[in-house]
Design a protein around this ligand. Structure first.
Ligand code: PMP
Length: 431
């Protein structure tokens, strides 16, 4: 039942030595041993088109030669002097990253993951404002540590332990969900809920608001237009900070902009980033203004591995590759093309309830009944297995687990898009 002899052995070791909470994407899990740009290879040398990109993490392409070279060169020279000494790799990447942000967003803190970045961002907002309450959006995913699991607003991702600690001061606003939401695409109407939460659920002041521009884990949900600017005004009125979680939507993925929030015409107070920042190397970042950053001098803030030279060399190389290979433009051109093709597929297959997203962050929601929007939970699993057997890997998400998540490396080509759509077409025809 396994793809290759090593796969069976790994399944046995995983079941014995690794957490039972780790699941497989496929009935017959793949043993992926090599990666090259938008392709992955299993132990038998079989090639797969990767339309998931390690969950929107592989921004430039698997094992991109420039990034590999930057990592190797830095690894050979110095891996860990600690940030208590000077090193150019760290400062150079901070400068380059800050140059990609608008306004006064100029001060960078490096972390090892998106969770850590959001934990730090929320702590900064709390210390800066002297308030505790934070508002996040229902259906959001912000991480899995004490604070960020509180901000995450999907029961599937929240453990029922020390709930108070996770939840204190955390409020979850109505999701401006254009597909299932009660106000359709009217962002301002959903934004009223944030006002009501502040008026009726807090002292009238909050530390901040945190949101993705496109919910990734939540099933590629683009926030209804008008929502973020309206919430921004509300949050500013009560002295809170606006935190943009760009862990998935950032780093050129949406094509039209480098950061997801930019499509909504707002400038946040704090931006968090991870995943695509390192093209697979663990690095996260929190970027804020000099004034806000100053609050961390009240005590010592230190992170052993955050911003080490190897990871920052990788991050800097990612930025250079995005520029050199015009990957943001490619995400826009290929992403728009792919979205059009997927919309055409929707006309052909009743099971496709919705096609959405921006750039190379696209979602295809499967439903068994378009009127009722009944999630096609089993059908999507069959389709994914069939697509894998035809050489295409795609992700899955959404609260009901019925949304294809298409977040490939940004070097994805039009030919890849055509192949992807053909394969999805065949799989859906067989259901
Ligand atoms: N924010 C968003 C939007 C995410 O998608 C994720 C990861 N899925 C995180 C934060 C947490 O990042 P990490 O897994 O690196 O801790």
């Amino acid at each position: 039942p396994y793809h290759g002899p090593r796969a069976a052995e790994i399944v046995r070791k995983r079941s014995e030595f690794l957490s039972p909470s780790i699941s497989y994407l496929y009935k017959n899990p793949l043993n992926i041993v090599d990666g090259k740009m938008q392709y992955l290879f299993d132990e038998d040398g079989r090639r797969y088109l990767d339309a998931f990109g390690g969950i929107a993490t592989v921004s430039c392409g698997h094992c991109h030669p420039d990034i590999v070279e930057a990592i190797i060169n830095q690894t050979k020279r110095l891996q860990h002097p600690t940030v208590l000494y000077l090193n150019h790799a760290v400062a150079d990447f901070a400068e380059a990253l800050a140059s990609k942000l608008p306004g006064d967003l100029k001060v960078v803190f490096f972390t090892n993951s998106g969770t850590e970045a959001n934990e730090l961002a929320m702590m900064i907002a709390r210390v800066y404002t002297g308030c505790h309450d934070i508002i996040s959006v229902r259906n959001a995913y912000h991480g899995n540590a004490a604070g960020s699991m509180g901000a995450t607003a999907q029961s599937n991702w929240k453990f029922n332990v020390i709930q108070l600690f996770f939840q204190t001061g955390m409020h979850h606003a109505l999701n401006p969900d254009q597909y299932r939401g009660i106000f359709g695409s009217d962002g301002e109407k959903y934004a009223k809920d944030v006002e009501e939460i502040i008026d009726f659920g807090t002292s009238g002041r909050v530390a901040g608001f945190i949101s993705e521009a496109i919910q990734g884990v939540g099933g590629i949900m683009e926030l209804a237009p008008g929502y973020l600017p309206a919430v921004y005004r509300t949050i500013k009125k009560v002295g809170g900070l606006f935190i943009a979680d760009e862990v998935q939507a950032g780093f050129a993925r949406t094509g039209s902009h480098f950061w997801g929030f930019e499509a909504h015409g707002v400038v946040p107070d704090i931006v968090t980033s991870a995943k695509g920042t390192g093209n697979g190397i663990p690095i996260g970042a929190v970027v804020t203004t000099p004034e806000i950053a100053q609050v961390l001098t009240q005590r010592s803030y230190f992170n052993t591995f955050g911003g080490n030279p190897v990871c920052t060399a990788a991050g800097h190389a990612v930025l250079k590759v995005i520029e050199k290979e015009k990957l943001q433009e490619n995400a826009l051109v290929v992403g728009s093309y792919l979205k059009d093709q997927l919309k055409a597929l929707q006309d052909k297959h009743d099971i496709i309830g919705d096609v959405r997203g921006r750039g190379l962050m696209l979602g295809v929601e499967l439903v068994t009944d378009r009127q009722q929007k009944t999630p096609a939970k089993t059908e999507i699993l069959h389709a994914m297995d069939m697509m894998k057997d035809m050489g295409v890997l795609v992700g899955k998400g959404g609260f009901y687990g019925n949304v294809f998540r298409i977040t490939p490396p940004l070097c994805f080509s039009k030919e890849d898009a055509d192949f992807f759509v053909d394969v999805m077409d065949i799989a859906l025809s067989k259901i």
